[in-house]
Design a protein around this ligand. Structure first.
Ligand SMILES: [Zn+2]
Length: 268
């Protein structure tokens, strides 16, 4: 079995403030460690189903050098992709068609959602990104990448708003809501409890038929981006096909999702 894990930090158990996500801040090290523990829990759950499971972990937050490799079990089947791959797959770099499933850990609500104080989409420069009229968190952008490659999404861990969002789209996809956003705060389960639930959910997730866990892939993509600052919309229209529809809003249409990813890579 081949598994891909995309790991972020803003949906890690207990995380609440931006400085807790930033390298060099005193509280960052604690959350980088908890981010790592949650990925390790997901790996352990997968290896309960298939001891020889080949796992590629994409560190997908900020510098993409957050995970602590020495915290992983000694296992030659686990590899970690640190840093950015300089391609439009972004947080999904390295995912291939022959993969049996994707896990998302530490994921967070998107810009325009009110269910995580750290809600954002790719950066903090937009009010929202919409795909086919729906607010698109990073989870949607990346689940569509998985769907594009024919790979099922099996597990999402992060804030409750994001988990509820995914369950509304496909209730077969396992979720673990480790945090619940309350205004500028969060109510979180304890870190060790979160890891236990993630390991159990990872195991359940890989025991389900792949066909039940597909994220729906539309045959056309209408994208709308609302920037916080007008000059970003002005810059965005330099990308072919991007149309400005208000001082701060741009729109883009494509049938092939890779075209959308290429546009995001330049415009977001
Ligand atoms: Zn992040």
């Amino acid at each position: 079995m081949k598994l891909y894990i995309s790991a972020d930090i803003e949906g890690t158990a207990g995380i609440t403030r931006w400085d807790e996500t930033e390298t060099g801040h005193p509280r960052y090290a604690y959350f980088a460690e908890q981010m790592t523990k949650e990925v390790v829990a997901a790996c352990n759950g997968a290896m309960q189903v298939d001891r020889g499971c080949q796992i590629l972990v994409k560190d997908a937050h900020d510098s993409a050098c957050n995970l602590i490799p020495s915290h992983f079990p000694t296992c030659e089947n686990i590899r970690i992709f640190r840093g950015w791959g300089s391609d439009s797959m972004s947080m999904m770099a390295g995912l291939e068609r022959d993969c049996d499933g994707v896990f998302f850990t530490g994921y967070h609500s998107g810009a325009g959602m009110d269910t995580n104080p750290l809600a954002h989409t790719m950066n903090r420069q937009n009010n929202y990104v919409k795909i086919n009229g729906m607010i698109a968190p990073e989870l949607m952008i990346n689940s569509l990448t998985a769907a594009y490659l024919g790979v099922p999404v099996r597990l999402v861990t992060g804030d409750k708003g994001l988990c509820d969002w995914m369950r509304a789209i496909n209730p077969n996809i396992e979720t673990v809501a480790v945090n619940e956003g309350r205004g500028r705060g969060t109510i979180s389960m304890l870190p060790s409890v979160a890891c236990g639930k993630i390991q159990a959910a990872a195991k359940r997730a890989l025991e389900k038929p792949a066909k039940d866990c597909m994220f729906p892939l539309p045959d056309h993509f209408h994208v709308e981006i609302s920037f916080k600052e007008h000059f970003r919309a002005r810059n965005a229209v330099t990308y072919p096909g991007v149309v400005q529809t208000s001082p701060t809003t741009v729109e883009y249409d494509a049938d092939d999702y890779m075209d959308v990813l290429n546009m995001f890579d330049w415009v977001l």
